[in-house]
Design a protein around this ligand. Structure first.
Ligand SMILES: [Zn+2]
Length: 322
């Protein structure tokens, strides 16, 4: 009887031992797998040359910022009263931003701006990317993922820097007017293709997409601003042509009114990847010609940059008002 008990005890111990061993093996395998994944992720990220170290663990994500910064607005005429406590806008998630706010009940501090979300892309980046991508969904024609852009013939400032400087002011101006802004980039040290920029905007919850650029031409006399929208026969986004056209007209007219730049109207190219991959109304703003001495120097003037940003924001207001 005692022997019997001992035997059972020994068998139970052995079984427990085996189970413990199996569980141990499984967790070791899991840890190895996870390590392998982390390693391959970081190797993948590290291979993307111009992505900074701080960004290698993340795929490019838009910076959703709703906090007005301390940058002063030089043009008092365009100042709009924020409808909410800025600190609260900052603390509110994008999906909640869209919730309409009851105006009659003085519910303290749940207000979330004017309910519109705008995506802003400062065109180009510190280093262009000559790898190719289709110019639209299913297209056989390809273009560089990110062209390197133009530069100031007089000032020497690269286009990507001007685009960023104005886009950051535009972000602040839109936020001051109660918009929520999704920034595709807030630094030059990124590597995001034009198709990827469109995808980020598509998935951001934004209603419209503003792509901020400056122009260049062999003819240094050419001066002024224009916007771009797809034509109605665009095979990828022809269905949005009229809203893109409307947005483009609102923006170029307001921009030129605010800055005094010659108004070159709306152009309709159909080979722009950053338009063709969009699923929300989009416009490309060509703010002026960096190859023209007057445009170039005036676009580097800080007060002018605030007017440029305010003018684009006026166009956004006009778009939603009509
Ligand atoms: Zn450009």
């Amino acid at each position: 009887m005692k022997n019997q008990k001992m035997r059972i005890l020994v068998i139970v111990c052995i079984v427990i031992g085996i189970l413990a061993g199996v569980v141990g093996m499984i967790s070791i395998l899991r840890v190895q797998n996870a390590t392998k994944n982390i390693l391959s992720e970081s190797r993948k990220a590290a291979s993307s040359a111009s992505v900074s170290k701080a960004e290698v663990t993340n795929t490019p994500t838009p910076a959703v910022t709703a906090k007005p910064t301390a940058v002063p607005t030089a043009t008092p005429t365009v100042q709009a009263t924020p409808t909410a406590d800025p600190a609260l806008i900052a603390a509110t998630a994008p999906t909640q931003e869209a919730t309409p706010v009851p105006t009659e009940t003085p519910q303290p501090m749940t207000s979330t701006g004017n309910g519109h979300i705008i995506a802003v892309d400062a065109g180009h980046q510190g280093q262009g990317n000559r790898e190719q991508e289709p110019i639209g969904p299913g297209a056989s024609e390809t273009k560089a993922k990110v062209a390197s852009g133009t530069s100031g013939r007089t000032t020497g400032v690269p286009e990507y820097q001007l685009n960023l400087d104005v886009s950051l002011k535009l972000r602040d101006e839109l936020q001051n007017r109660g918009y929520q802004v999704v920034m595709i980039r807030e630094t030059n040290d990124v590597n995001i293709s034009n198709a990827e920029r469109a995808e980020i905007a598509n998935n951001s919850g934004a209603e419209i997409f503003l792509r901020i650029h400056a122009n260049g031409s062999d003819d240094t006399d050419i001066s002024g601003a224009l916007t771009m929208a797809p034509s109605s026969s665009n095979p990828y986004v022809g269905g949005m042509a009229s809203s893109c056209q409307h947005l483009s007209e609102c923006v170029v007219n307001s921009y030129c009114a605010a800055t005094g730049f010659p108004n070159l109207g709306v152009q309709n190219p159909d080979n722009m990847s950053g338009i063709n991959w969009c699923r929300i109304p989009v416009t490309i703003v060509e703010m002026g010609f960096m190859t023209n001495a007057n445009d170039d120097t005036s676009m580097q003037d800080q007060a002018m940059q605030y007017r440029m940003a305010a003018g684009i924001a006026d166009g956004v207001d006009a778009y939603f008002a009509s």
